[in-house]
Design a protein around this ligand. Sequence first.
Ligand code: SF4
Length: 75
Amino acid sequence: MQLHDASKNTKKNASATLQVDPQRCPQDHVCPAMGICPVGALTQVGFAAPQVDDEKCILCGKCVRLCPKGALALK
Ligand code: SF4
């Protein structure tokens, strides 16, 4: 029987991806979620909605919980 090696899975919810909804983001401020992301996966051009680097994102959900507009979601 093959046992799953959980130590190799750094993502908490590997079946999901972090998605940004530009319709929910007011796009009039520096995104505070960039400062809370532990791996620097969020970037922003001007005041536009943030962009996610899926290669870096570990799906921790910190940005999802921080954004008061619900513009970031794990789906
Ligand atoms: S889910 Fe976590 S790792 Fe991914 S962008 Fe948000 S704060 Fe960064």
